[in-house]
Each structure stands twice: as structure tokens, then as C-alpha cells.
Design a binder for this molecule. Structure first.
Ligand code: CS2
Length: 432
């Protein structure tokens, strides 16, 4: 794989927390295009907050990896070289703090999933009783959570005079920048009120809407790509042709010219976030829970069933009238495109993957629109069916006794509710 720039000379300008498949198929691809077209010190230091898998997979090929862009009938391969360094936070937390604090670092991006923010899903504020937050407040130099790392890195920047930072959330939370800012300030204020003021003054937390479907990688994906590549790329990521990134134009210093390679910098991201959460993600969760319960493995399998296509069309109709005006954006076209994206057979996007962490996702995706429609005296049946399917899914067992693992931060709660209600559906529903 030959790249049109010299990787050895590419200095790090971005620290990314949560270097999973989504980051490597989205922000890293935009950054790669910026570096190829305009140069600049925008190498990425990727940080895994828990496991070494990604670092280990990338090590075999000097952190170079392939993105396979798949539609139902086509595959395009791209090499990505901007990841310059991979760190596994628990192995060396001090080094992660140093990288955030380095003068060359201008931007920290995050894809840590909804639960990584340690928020109370009902209020959107930092959960002071979260075990990682309790730990990090008493060990601020050896943090575990993203918030703990950010605050430790910012404290070091303030001490060294390295200046403020742009801290850019790329997760599916509404007002993701505002929530991250509030959580960071809340944490910092418990340690040092001057630091809290410094962060408030010198750091920016733009909101952003990110979109690209990225299924969890399987051996089948790696084997298929190996036929074209001539070797097994253990760090392969698979994605779709579509990608979108809308970023609030609110930066503390320089950022890569992502807006020159397809991203949009706008004043207000919220209408885009709501559109994506309520049309794409709400449909995804509904298809995933009902699809799992119906025995379908992938989203494309579910979309092969016309009853589900009608359901998701109805759901989008219910959601659409809760969305703010998107000034010139073709929302109907976006809806039609979503149906095609969900039907992409090249992705093999597992319903079980999307079903994970529902307790963190449903409050963003379904509840606000359902509440709004109910308050207008309307009955958004498809959305409510999606919510019901999630609750049914959290029971972890079907009518035939077939069990599945409910992967969710509240899994233990669901399982104890199953016991206390003797798995009686009405009582379980009431308890949830
Ligand atoms: C999905 C998202 O797993 C999920 O919950 O709904 O990851 C979805 O694929 C992305 O938001 C698409 O941009």
C-alpha cells in the first residue's frame, strides 16, 4: 500500500479516544483525505480505553489499515495511514495524559459510545455515582473514564501553557458537545475550581452529527477482503459508501480542513442530530429489536421482509413531523436513501450489534418523539412498537425458552426485574 505522503513525517495533531471501527471508517477517513490533499500535522494518536485488540491488530501492519466500502454488489478498498500511534489506556494512563497535553495536539475527538460519557440517561448530566467517575475523582492521575482523561490532560495543558483544545464528541447523543462540556466542567469543578474556569475559557466543545454504518468486523469480512488485497488485514473495517459529518463551527484553534473533504461546518448542529437520531437510529433500533425477536440476523435480512419495510416507513412518518426545519435539506430524499442503506447486503450489519446498550440509546432515539406526539393527543404506533420491542428484548428469553445475552449497562437490573416479576409480561413491563 503506497500513500501519497510520507507517514514518517506526519506529526500528531489529534488524539482520538475510543479508536474502534467507527472512528477508523469515519473521522480517520476524512482526516486521511485532508492530509492527502493539503498536508498538515494531522496524524492521529488513537486511544483504546479498555482492550488492546485494536492496537494489536494494527501493529502487524505499522498501523496502516484498509477500509472496505461495500454496497450490495460492489467493494472499494482504501488504505488509511493517518493513525500514527495506538495507546491502550489501562497499560499506561500517564502517556495518554501526556498526549492530550502535548503542544502539537490541537483536537481531541471521541467515539466512546453513549455509555462512555458516564451520564445519567434521564437527565443527560454526569452521574457522580458512576463507578468510573467515583474512581477517577479519587485517582485523578490514573483515570479510567474518558472524562477523567480529558480533565487530567487539560490540567497538564494548563500547567505547561500548551493552550486550549477543541474537544469534539462524535457519538450519537443529542447535544453531544454540550453534554460533554457540562460533564467535563462538572468533573473538573470537583477537583479544582480554577481549572474548571480555565477549561471554560480556553476549550471548545462543538457538537457534531456523524453518520456512517459500520458493522462489527467478522472473519468472513477479512477473508473476503484478503482475496482482493492478497493478505489478511486483521485491522480491516467495513462500511457503506454513504458518509456524513456536520460539525458545529466552534473551535479553540486550528482543525483539519474536514469541510474541504465533505464535512459541513455549521452554526447549529441540533436539527441534523435530531434528524439522524429520530430517522436513522430510531429505525435501526426498532428494526434491530423486532428483527432479533423475529429471528433475523442482519438489518438487510429484516429489510427483505416487506412487513418490516412498511413498519419503518410508518415510523419515519411519525418521527418526521417532530423534526425542526432543516432549511433546504431534502429530508424526504434522506428517508428514501435510508431504506436503501438499510437494505445494503454487503454490510451484514447484525441486529444484535445494534440491540446492545438499549438503555443508553432508547432515551435519545425514541422517547422524546413519542412523548411529543402523545402530548399532542396522537398515538405514534410504530414508535411505541419499537419501544415495546426493546422492553421485550431486555427479557432475554423468547416464548420457546431460547435465551440471549442482554448486553447493556443495566443488564443486571433487567435480570433482577425478571426474577422479581417471575417473568410475567405485564408485571415486567410495569417494573421497567
Ligand atoms: C447503530 C449506529 O449500533 C447502533 O446503535 O444505530 O451505530 C448506526 O449504525 C450509526 O449511527 C450510523 O451512523
Amino acid at each position: 500500500m503506497r500513500l501519497p505522503y510520507n507517514r514518517d513525517e506526519l506529526a500528531t495533531g489529534i488524539v482520538h479516544l475510543g479508536v474502534g471501527a467507527f472512528h477508523r471508517a469515519h473521522q480517520a477517513v476524512y482526516t486521511e483525505q485532508v492530509v492527502r490533499r493539503f498536508g498538515g500535522d494531522w496524524g492521529i494518536c488513537g486511544v483504546s480505553l479498555r482492550r488492546p485488540d485494536v492496537r494489536d491488530a494494527l501493529a502487524a501492519n505499522d498501523n496502516l489499515y484498509t477500509v472496505a466500502i461495500k454496497s450490495t454488489d460492489t467493494v472499494e478498498l482504501q488504505a488509511i495511514g493517518v493513525l500514527r500511534e495506538l495507546l491502550v489506556a489501562p497499560e499506561n494512563p500517564t502517556l495518554v495524559i501526556e498526549r492530550i497535553a502535548a503542544t502539537g495536539t490541537k483536537v481531541v475527538t471521541l467515539t466512546i459510545t453513549e455509555k462512555g460519557y458516564c451520564l445519567n440517561p434521564a437527565t443527560g448530566a454526569l452521574d457522580p455515582e458512576h463507578t468510573d467517575i467515583v474512581h477517577d475523582l479519587s485517582h485523578p492521575d490514573q483515570p479510567r473514564s474518558a472524562i477523567g482523561f480529558l480533565v487530567a490532560g487539560l490540567a497538564a495543558r494548563r500547567g505547561d501553557g500548551s493552550g486550549g483544545l477543541t474537544i469534539l464528541s462524535c457519538d450519537n447523543l443529542s447535544n453531544n458537545g454540550g453534554k460533554l462540556r457540562n460533564a467535563t466542567l462538572e468533573f473538573a469543578s470537583s477537583i479544582d475550581s480554577d481549572l474548571c474556569e480555565w477549561i471554560d475559557q480556553y476549550c471548545c466543545f462543538p457538537s457534531s452529527m456523524v453518520d456512517r454504518i459500520v458493522p462489527a468486523i467478522t472473519d468472513t469480512h477479512i477473508d473476503a477482503a484478503a482475496q482482493q488485497l492478497g493478505f489478511r488485514d486483521e485491522a480491516l473495517v467495513v462500511t457503506e459508501p454513504f458518509r456524513q459529518w456536520v460539525v458545529e463551527n466552534n473551535f479553540a484553534g486550528p482543525v483539519p480542513a474536514w469541510d474541504e473533504v465533505g464535512a459541513e461546518f455549521v452554526k447549529d448542529v441540533e436539527p441534523f442530530e435530531l434528524m439522524k437520531l429520530r430517522l436513522l437510529n430510531a429505525s435501526h433500533s426498532t428494526l434491530a429489536y423486532l428483527g432479533c425477536l423475529a429471528g433475523y440476523e442482519s438489518v438487510a435480512d429484516v429489510m427483505g421482509d416487506t412487513a418490516f419495510v412498511s413498519l419503518v416507513e410508518q415510523l419515519m412518518e411519525e418521527m418526521a413531523c417532530t423534526l425542526p426545519d432543516l432549511d433546504g435539506f431534502d429530508v424526504d430524499g434522506y428517508r428514501r436513501q435510508l431504506l436503501q442503506r438499510f437494505a445494503n447486503r454487503g454490510l451484514e450489519h447484525q441486529t444484535r450489534q445494534i440491540a446492545m446498550d438499549g438503555s443508553q440509546k432508547i432515551p435519545q432515539r425514541l422517547l422524546p418523539a413519542i412523548a411529543e406526539r402523545l402530548s399532542r393527543g396522537e398515538a405514534p404506533d410504530a414508535s411505541i412498537l419499537g419501544l415495546a420491542a426493546w422492553i421485550r428484548y431486555t427479557m432475554g428469553v423468547d416464548e420457546e425458552g431460547l435465551r440471549w445475552e442482554v448486553s447493556d449497562p443495566l443488564a443486571e437490573t433487567f435480570s433482577s426485574l425478571m426474577q422479581s416479576t417471575a417473568a410475567e409480561p405485564d408485571a415486567y413491563l410495569e417494573a421497567v
